[in-house]
Design a binder for this molecule. Sequence first.
Ligand SMILES: [Zn+2]
Length: 313
Amino acid sequence: MATGNYSLARLKRLLFEKGLRSVRSKKELGKSAMQRILTNPIYYGDFIWSGKYYAGKHTPIIDKALFDKVQEVMGLTGKPRQTKRDFAYTGLMTCANCGCSITAEEHRKKSGRVYIYYRCTNGRGLCDKLVYLPENKLELQFQQAVERIKLPHDIVAMTRVALLESSKGEQEVQATALAKLNSRYARLQMLIGGAYEDKLLGTIDVELWEQKTSEWKKEQADIQRNIAALKSADTSYMLEGIRLLELSERAAELFPKMKPDDKRKMLKTILLNPSLNGGTIEYKYKNPFSFFEKSFENEKWRERRDLNPRPLA
Ligand SMILES: [Zn+2]
């Protein structure tokens, strides 16, 4: 029955033949009565009361799985949900008016072309006039946001050098510490080897050998952990700094070619709490991109000044 091959009309005729009929008229059930029966959760044990679902205590007439299948066939649930498509800018913004999340949906025009619109989910019912913002208009604004943190290549190159330079002193301190740890590790390895020979020769008590060897091995393990920590601390902040610099240099160029998922990730890296106000995105930049934005503004100012040089006094 829940195969989707029966229309409601065919179904009620079939059930009439099987003996199901209206209590009053003794005729076939009406279509709406059929629909009510098929979509009423009380038939699998739950019931709706005052718009809410409650788990029932009576023995179900049909099981929940069959009920769900019927809902799906009747197109009441299980419709392909809009959010299943990977929209680039969902899960990113909130509504500036009510704070609800911004969702996307597809609209098919008469021409057959599909357009994507973004709007407030209006979960609290506070937005009485919903704005449907076409994706291309939203994208344009995000593209501008990404462009405003663009650092000129020479600045990125200089900063990269400066970062490497400034970390040199630190690197020397780390190199010394690393050398000390490595030499202590090698010394322990010699002690372990020597004690083993002593044990073979019988010049060391077996219990003492076991105790000493275990102590030294434990110290070696500690040293290895320290070495690993030292090495990762050395590179992580540097790499992070350089990664952010390069991102700000190339973001504007890469952005249009990115997959929806990557676009969203990039915007989450750069922007702080973007919200949609009517058709306009409002946002601040996360650090350090807020500084890059200032540099961008300075750069624009410099360009304008170069175009219109003021006469020297
Ligand atoms: Zn809203």
